[in-house]
Design a protein around this ligand. Sequence first.
Ligand code: EPU
Length: 334
Amino acid sequence: MIQENIDITRRHTFGIATRARAWADYSSVDELRILLQEAHKQQWAYMPIGEGSNLLFVKNYEGLLLHSAIKSLNVTTSLNNEVLVQAGSGWIWDDFVAYCVAQGWYGVENLSYIPGTVGASAVQNVGAYGVEACDVIESVTLLATDTLKECTIKASDCGYGYRTSHFKGDWKGMYIVTAVTFRLSTTPHYTLDYGNLHQWVGDTPSLQGVRNAVIEIRRKKLPEPHELGSAGSFFVNPVISREHYSKLQEKHPDIPCYEIDEQRVKEPAAWLIDRLKWKGKSLGGAMVYPEQPLVIVNTGNAKAGHVVQLAQDIAFSVLMEFGIAITPEVNYIY
Ligand code: EPU
């Protein structure tokens, strides 16, 4: 199952030339157990990888990359206009969304066309157009990396927040996601209040219509991973105090924000970066995407160092002008 010294340039969406010590695809939990036993025996570092759509390999990876090809699908309950569907971690996320839409199951359509896998969606809590994965995740099934036992954890215990979970924080490295159970609805309901999504969808929405609109918007704004390497949004949108926001309004009266609570607002980092005129600027083979400045793209021959340097320069300029420290959403892998 294990392939050694492998070129992984095309196995992560940034497409930066990278090699890994080893790579293994597994299609069952038992195969994953065997691979983990081997990694422990050889004392290799290891890391789960999906489509590699949120990773920046800063150098060659000196360990074993574990790639799920678990593509099971079980509808566990179908009651009260709800369906509980458990999908294996290896499903391509958008194939899963397309399947749910075709079945007439509501809940994930706003998350259409996000690169990545079902397993990664539960770690990263992917989100778009007013919906986050945690809104529809019921539970996550995992393999504990030390005991090699399987367990299922309810979504409410996974520490979900904006682009975060315990799997990225306190529990990092402790589990590998093997399947995710989603609670979807069979009665029509739509979330269309983000930006101009409603306009794109029109006054008579349909499940497939929402999926089509989201795909159209994403195609317009975001690079196609197979055409131009990137890892989607490079930074998370920062949260600041209302006091800080009011101060910024004095110099930038048109600065937008999203409401969070009485004390805090969230800033669209794209706006801050746009205001500092970063669109289209490049460093080596790394460039700020002209249509969406939150995205850094590989124009063909980017080195990880170009991306890291460009990201640092952007973050520094945002800090200097707005007093806001923006942090990467992308995981740097050393
Ligand atoms: N904006 C500009 N200039 C631009 C683009 C955007 O000023 O060129 C400002 C505008 O004020 C706009 C705001 O930024 O209203 C927000 O832009 P957008 O709707 O494109 O969303 P975003 O906050 O930049 C987030 C997610 C995306 C997700 C979109 C849509 C994060 C880090 N990113 O981007 O997720 O697709 O919302 O929901 O939260 C990803 O995580 O990789 C990703 C692409």
